[in-house]
Design a protein around this ligand. Sequence first.
Ligand SMILES: CC(C)(COP(=O)(O)OP(=O)(O)OC[C@H]1O[C@@H](n2cnc3c(N)ncnc32)[C@H](O)[C@@H]1OP(=O)(O)O)[C@@H](O)C(=O)NCCC(=O)NCCS
Length: 200
Amino acid sequence: MSPLRSLPGRPAHPFFEEEYEHQLEMVRPSTAPVDVPPIPEGYLLRQLRAGDDAEYDDLFHLAFADEGRFPENLERALEGGFFVMEHLASGELVASCVAWRGSTMPRHPDAGQMGWLVTDPSHTRKGLGTIVAVSATNRLAAEGYQRPCLGTEDFRIAAASIYLKLGWRPYVYREDMIPRWRSIFARLGREVDLSLACAE
Ligand SMILES: CC(C)(COP(=O)(O)OP(=O)(O)OC[C@H]1O[C@@H](n2cnc3c(N)ncnc32)[C@H](O)[C@@H]1OP(=O)(O)O)[C@@H](O)C(=O)NCCC(=O)NCCS
């Protein structure tokens, strides 16, 4: 049974067991901002605010099985770095991405970090994931982080597509990650770019 929590009328993303012990990492070796694409009609991009906790929890668990992450997420978010997309007709939060102070990743101490990119599956492929990811990427750049980091998994192909387009690059810290990244590039039909390969 999937550990994700579907809601009435809001099915969760498909669930995959993590196949590999070592998580994929990406960094963005640039502070260049990215243009925020136009927000589709019927949606509002805003910050998480008091009273959103339950709505955010619903959205989060459509994609992630982790429990108890909210306090850390909130605590680490940069001011103006907790982006949510509200669906105006329903009042539901349907996409989010967070720009964090510092980093939880030992290979990237104090780097600035992006996390918890999610779009409600009922609202995917409208550009909402890109908009919240661009917003968090730009917030990290505005904070002056020279090479922020993020962690991801091999099956998160749509997320990889977004990250690569926004200038995030694979940070290959183990040889066995090269074929994993090659497979992701192939699935996306993109030219392989492992310029930060074997960075350690
Ligand atoms: C990743 C995610 C946020 C994308 O949300 P979204 O709102 O559909 O994103 P967008 O509409 O901006 O689409 C982004 C790109 O991904 C591509 N994409 C979407 N689904 C895809 C799929 N299954 N395979 C390949 N590419 C896909 C789209 O084609 C789009 O690229 P385009 O602009 O060239 O068309 C969403 O799929 C999600 O919540 N996934 C589960 C959570 C997750 O994996 N988070 C990342 C944690 S590291």
